[in-house]
Design a protein around this ligand. Structure first.
Ligand code: NAD
Length: 380
């Protein structure tokens, strides 16, 4: 029988867990036995006893890494998985090439949900990027509302009427649409922009106004994603946005381009033009930079002109119960696809597996990761 092991996440600030008690029953029905590392769900409010009650066995890390055929994680563990084991999670292989080489050399089957072909309808239940981005977009609005010292909704009270907050969302993908819906539910007046013209209809269907800009005709790229803009387009877009941003109280940025640095959309000049008390939340903030000039992950800075700039960190981890539950369902859907009659069937020719399987039987089988390794030279 195949044994699946759920590890305790150890990255700083991570509170999520890859599997939750509610999903253990469904996972076991695929014919696998489930081990959970002691304390794995504690930070997401899932005690060890809840896993035991659901039919899993709670064990120490050493036993888990020894006994599991498939290790489930959110981010790859520091502890090396053993030769021949399978590792399933959000492995971020394009940015962890040393780990990819190591997995390949040791015959580890590395399966990464961030490489899922997301447009396939049968892959949607496995789409962890979307489930986590939905939470990040929701949470970004709550972070902004917490830092904003006025109301989001229009309120009429005996003490007078408050005007609603004017919120601008830049990037209307999964996180951006979730942010639009949340800001609207809080009563803000919401405007949004995306370089993909297709986003206009989605923005409007959520009751927000689409910001019509002229500097980029269409930024749509492959597979429903945005393409990288040319330097001239990027410059023109930033200048055009500079002229609009100052009239908003709250700006939330979510713009990404796969495999690239996030584009800068809110320049230092735009920040200087915003009024005191305004709040900017950059969901794209990372070590590589973000959408807001000068933003840093996990940092809130109040600028000299009274504008608060918040670089979001791992927002899904700040809502760990919901994030873990959605992620566990995504993993369960993937495992139901990979495991038949209790036995994993790795077939890189399968459309879904062609994306998610990164290394298998000593080779790098995911084309995007293999191409990147080739381009960098040196092989495995
Ligand atoms: P993402 O996180 O890569 O990017 C977020 C958004 O930023 C995207 O909408 C992108 O167009 C936008 N963006 C990039 N550069 C920009 C710029 N310079 N200015 C303004 N906006 C910019 O994307 P995502 O949220 O993961 O998804 C992107 C697309 O994939 C969407 O069309 C989404 O609907 C689609 N998608 C489809 C499925 C499916 O078919 N099942 C699943 C998930 C996502």
């Amino acid at each position: 029988m195949t044994t699946v092991g759920v590890v305790r996440e150890r990255a700083p600030g991570e509170r999520r867990v890859a599997m939750v008690p509610d999903v253990i029953g469904r996972l076991r029905s695929t014919g696998v036995e489930v081990l959970v590392e002691a304390g794995a769900g504690t930070a997401a409010w899932f005690p060890d006893e809840a896993y035991e009650k659901a039919g899993a066995q709670v064990v120490a890390a050493s036993e888990l890494y020894q006994a599991a055929d498939i290790v489930l994680c959110v981010s790859p563990p520091e502890q090396p998985v053993r030769d021949g084991q399978a590792l399933v999670g959000l492995l971020d292989p394009l940015r962890r090439l040393d780990a990819v080489r190591d997995w390949a050399r040791r015959g580890v089957t590395a399966v990464s949900l961030d490489q899922l072909p997301r447009t396939l309808s049968r892959a949607q239940a496995m789409d962890a990027l979307s489930s986590q981005a939905t939470i990040a977009g929701y949470r970004a609005v709550l972070v902004a509302a917490g830092a904003y010292s006025r109301y989001f909704p229009m309120l009429t009270t005996a003490a007078g009427t408050s005007t609603p907050a004017k919120v601008l969302i830049l990037g209307a993908g999964v996180a951006g649409l979730s942010a639009i819906g949340t800001a609207r539910r809080l009563g803000a007046v919401v405007t949004a922009y995306d370089v993909r013209p297709q986003a206009k209809g989605e923005v409007e269907s959520l009751g927000a106004k689409f910001l019509e800009l002229t500097s980029v005709e269409s930024g749509a790229g492959d597979g429903g994603y945005a393409r990288a803009l040319t330097g001239a387009e990027q410059q023109a877009l930033q200048e055009e946005l500079d002229r609009h941003i100052e009239r908003f109280d709250v700006v939330i940025t979510t713009a990404q381009v796969p495999g690239r640095r996030p584009p800068v959309l809110v320049s230092a000049g735009a920040l200087a033009g915003m009024g005191p008390g305004s709040v900017v939340v950059d969901l794209a903030a990372s070590e590589l930079g973000g959408n807001v000039e000068g933003s840093e992950p996990e940092q809130a800075v109040v600028r000299d002109n009274g504008v608060t700039v918040i670089g979001a960190g791992n927002l899904p981890a700040s809502m760990a119960t919901a994030a873990s539950t959605a992620y566990a369902r995504n993993l369960n859907a993937l495992l139901a696809h990979l495991v038949r009659d209790g036995v994993p069937h790795i077939d890189p020719a399968d459309e879904i597996q062609a994306g998610v399987v990164i290394t298998h039987q000593g080779s790098v089988v995911n084309p995007a990761v293999a191409n990147l390794l080739d381009a960098l030279g040196g092989g495995l």
